[in-house]
Design a protein around this ligand. Structure first.
Ligand code: ZN
Ligand code: ZN
Ligand code: ZN
Length: 376
């Protein structure tokens, strides 16, 4: 079987969007900047003050309204949507209202700028407004085979960077966190990503801050370095898929106390991955790791949810967090990333991207989970 053409893929997605709109009794969907638009059309809107908006009336044709000067950027897909340019002196809001037609219920992309939402709302009278993610979140959360292949390519790319870090090919001692972060970023791009989404490098006590911003602190011998990095790898159809991995290295032989922490964390991460089977509530995956970390003596030191969905966005549905009892389904792709953070002392995290499949959880990242010791 040959791979579906991009047009067939996007047409199929638009069909699913329309079915969802029908079920949710939505009259029109409007998408602007953000990841929903590329997922549905292959086109990334420029995040500027000129409006780009795909208007999908429930029963009418989809039209992408684009600033005239940006029309050449759009790959035409006439089977999926029409493209219409607006001139500098036109009123794009008025045109969106025309394209939408009368509507009692409107869904608009979550990341649409408030300036456009504020201008649009009065034109729809008493209509109810919904988040675009109500329509697209559940659809985007279930990846098809080409999407899983794309996530795998992105994961393999950062795995190679992680292996360089763990193998000591990326010098760390004597450099600042910011320098190592920039180095990781360059390697992420060299591995084929179009952009770097983040490259956290946190040394010593900074590793107890899960989202530490890498700064001027110089990395010394005898400390933990937590690295969490990822980017977006763009496929041929114009849609980018994200990578996200966390690994730690120790500059020199770690103390026994840290080895113990690592053993608890490594076991918790592995057990949580094993637990991420189809039908398991998302929150149960979190609980597996949280209970093991507490039993290992670190109750209260795992201060974030265990994971997030990943796809065209680095964070998307499903969220693996206490309170989300929605069962995992085949095609869900998400991070499993428990951490242990001892304030003022040190911290560690292990993160893989995992896909739930009917044959069991399938981790996409393969870089070693062992605590790497580096001496340079
Ligand atoms: Zn994070
Ligand atoms: Zn991460
Ligand atoms: Zn993550």
């Amino acid at each position: 079987m040959s791979a579906p053409t991009p047009d067939a893929t996007f047409s199929a997605r638009l069909d699913r969007v329309r079915s969802t709109m029908e079920a949710a009794d939505l009259d029109v969907l409007m998408l602007s900047v953000g990841a929903d638009l590329p997922w549905l059309t292959g086109y990334h809107a420029m995040a500027l003050e000129r409006l780009t908006m795909l208007v999908v009336p429930r029963d009418g044709d989809a039209t992408m309204l684009v600033p005239r000067l940006e029309v050449p950027r759009v790959v035409p897909r006439p089977d999926v949507f029409a493209v219409e340019g607006w001139d500098e002196t036109d009123d794009p809001i008025a045109r969106v209202v025309e394209l939408a037609g009368p509507a009692r219920s409107v869904a608009i992309g979550d990341q649409t700028w408030a300036r456009f939402v504020v201008d649009l709302m009065p034109h729809f009278g008493q209509a109810t407004w919904r988040r675009g993610s109500d329509v697209l979140g559940p659809l985007r959360a279930v990846k098809d085979a080409p999407e899983i292949a794309a996530l795998r390519r992105a994961a393999e790319a950062v795995d190679r960077v992680a292996a360089e870090l763990q193998g000591g090919q990326i010098p760390v001692i004597g450099r600042t966190e910011a320098e190592v972060s920039a180095d990781l970023g360059r390697r992420i791009l060299a591995e084929g990503h179009e952009k770097v989404n983040f490259a956290i490098v946190a040394a010593g006590a900074n590793a107890s801050s899960p989202h530490h911003h890498p700064g001027s602190r110089v990395i010394e011998p005898g400390e933990i370095i937590l690295c969490d990095f990822g980017g977006t790898l763009v496929e041929d159809d114009g849609v980018g898929y994200c990578s996200d991995i966390s690994r730690c290295v120790y500059t020199g032989e770690p103390p026994a106390e840290f080895r113990e922490l690592w053993d608890v964390l490594q076991d918790a991460q592995a057990r949580a991955v094993e637990a991420a089977t189809v039908g398991t509530p998302a929150e149960a995956v979190d609980a597996v790791a949280r209970d093991l970390i507490a039993a290992g003596g670190y109750d209260g030191y795992f201060i974030h949810r265990i994971g997030h969905g990943i796809g065209v966005e680095a964070h998307e549905d499903p969220y693996l967090v206490a309170g989300n009892d929605v069962p995992l389904v085949a095609g869900n792709a998400f991070s499993v990333e428990p951490g242990i953070y001892v304030p003022g002392r040190w911290g560690a995290r292990i993160e893989d991207i995992v896909v739930a499949t009917d044959d069991g959880p399938m981790p996409l990242n393969r870089a070693s989970h062992d605590l790497a010791v580096v001496d340079a």
